[in-house]
Design a binder for this molecule. Structure first.
Ligand code: ADP
Ligand code: ASP
Ligand code: MG
Length: 445
């Protein structure tokens, strides 16, 4: 049993969908579960539709729906014939009719709760997998369409839902049978609550879906097929000469994902770790090319890759009360807990605690509560750069090289992750690219 996940660019048109099925076919001496994202740009477009609906702009919303329908129908016509084309068109049109009524309802109400957003966003993956399913039938494959809303049962945290593994594993194990030659086609990203309300796992969540299926089925391997040759030394969009990291540990990959390496969703690794399932990241356009394998252990140590994320806010709390006092830090963290805001990095000195957050929804209330504990300073427009690797500190020259390569960039905070596999730096947001370029040049060129 093997799980293969194809991202949006990997199913962007009929040609790529066929490539994805070619890749699956090679492994059909066993059973394959193919998890697919929506076609590229479709989820963004669904978000634009919800925004237009919320603003009461029916014309914009409906013209986007029409364009989306045209793209899917024309893809169906590109690679389907006869009964398969007929059935596929029928199925797509039924789904598009549902989408249109939902959009009209929301436009009328000018309301779009997170619950409604999820109901709407789920259509992207339902459309793409409908096309893949009928194409698989057209190619004579033994394909079964799985509705991930019936499989991945989540909490009710709409737009960022988290699976309830006990229920999810049970559903998946009941639905998927090990049978050589059998291809299951399932949607990434989507699930539903126990009551049956559609949920999504957060942007980029199809990677997570793949390891959810993989762990439930104790798969031999989970393969993430995307538009680059695996996890690279940094985002190849920032550094053109970034190179593939062939082997990496679960912890390192999780850290990179959490700190901005979009190539895998941050939750992806968790289910794989529990069952020790190897995860590989591969390029759909270069199927036989170099890739990354993520396992519990990986050879070598020292810096493996660099990630970065923007829109970080730095909060500093200064108080003389902290001197020799206990309970101060916990009082600070209670404020964040109370406002359900997670803190990424922390650094403390005798009298100051510095913390970074990403979600600023409750920032005003957080600051107000923190002011009861000390003087509070908030700095916005920051970015975190994260250097990841095993035993970074064993090389005594490592930190010196980091700081000398970015010596003229004002680093606002430094933190060594507790896992000892990352060094994180907070820099001004507009200097993130320049900092990554220089660090990459220092360590990888
Ligand atoms: P998919 O649609 O297949 O899920 P994504 O766009 O979500 O693809 O992720 C792939 C993209 O991640 C790449 O095109 C690349 O620009 C970006 N990326 C960011 N950091 C890295 C990295 N360290 N290695 C590889 N790709 C990265
Ligand atoms: N289609 C969703 C998104 O664009 C999920 C995914 O592709 O992983 O965020
Ligand atoms: Mg992705």
């Amino acid at each position: 049993m093997i799980v293969m996940k194809f991202g949006g660019t990997s199913v962007q048109n009929a040609h790529f969908m066929d490539k994805a099925l070619d890749i699956a076919q090679v492994r059909l001496s066993g059973t394959v579960v193919l998890v697919s994202s929506a076609m590229s740009k479709i989820t963004d477009s669904l978000i634009a539709i919800t925004n237009a609906a919320e603003a009461g702009d029916e014309e914009t919303a409906m013209s986007l729906v029409e364009a989306m329908q045209e793209r899917h129908i024309s893809t169906a016509r590109d690679f389907l014939t006869g009964e398969n084309l007929e059935e596929c068109e029928k199925s797509l049109i039924t789904r598009f009719t549902r989408l249109s009524s939902l959009v009209k309802g929301l436009t009328l109400l000018r309301e779009c709760s997170d619950r409604s957003r999820d109901a709407l966003m789920a259509f992207g993956e339902l459309f793409s997998t409908t096309l893949l399913y009928y194409r698989a039938l057209e190619r004579g494959m033994d394909a079964i369409f799985l509705d991930s809303r019936q499989m991945v049962i989540t909490d009710g945290n709409f737009t960022e839902a988290y699976p309830i593994f006990e229920l999810t594993n049970k559903r998946i194990r009941e639905a998927v049978e090990v049978k050589p030659g059998r291809l299951y086609i399932a949607q990434g990203f989507i699930g539903s609550t126990e009551e049956g309300a559609t949920t999504t796992l957060g942007r980029g969540g199809s990677d997570f879906t793949a390891t959810i299926y993989g762990a439930a089925l104790d798969a031999e391997e989970v393969q993430i097929w995307t538009d680059v040759n695996g996890i690279m030394t940094t985002d190849p969009r920032i550094v053109k000469n970034a190179i593939t990291v062939p082997r990496i540990t679960y912890d390192e990959a999780a850290e990179l994902a959490y700190f901005g390496a979009k190539v895998v969703h941050p939750s992806t690794i968790r289910p794989a770790v529990l069952e020790k399932i190897p995860v590989s990241v591969r390029n759909t356009a270069d199927a036989a090319g170099i890739c990354t394998t993520i396992t519990e252990e990986a050879p070598g140590e020292g810096i493996r890759a660099i990630a970065g994320k923007k829109n970080i806010t730095l909060i500093n709390v200064t108080s003389s009360k902290m001197l020799n006092a206990y309970g101060f830090l916990s009082a600070i963290f209670r404020v964040f807990e109370h406002h359900e805001t997670s803190v990424d990095l922390v650094a403390t000195s005798e009298v100051t605690v510095s913390m970074t957050i990403e979600n600023t929804d409750s920032i005003d209330m957080i600051v107000k509560d923190l002011e009861a504990l000390g003087d509070v300073k908030v700095e916005t427009d920051k970015a975190i750069i994260c250097l990841v690797g095993l035993n970074l500190w064993r090389d005594s020259a490592f930190t010196a090289r980091v700081f000398s390569s970015i010596q003229d960039i004002p680093v606002r905070m430094i933190s060594l992750g507790s896992s000892d596999i990352n060094l994180s730096l907070v820099v001004p947001q507009d200097m993130i690219e320049e900092s990554i370029l220089r660090l990459h040049g220092e360590f990888f060129s």
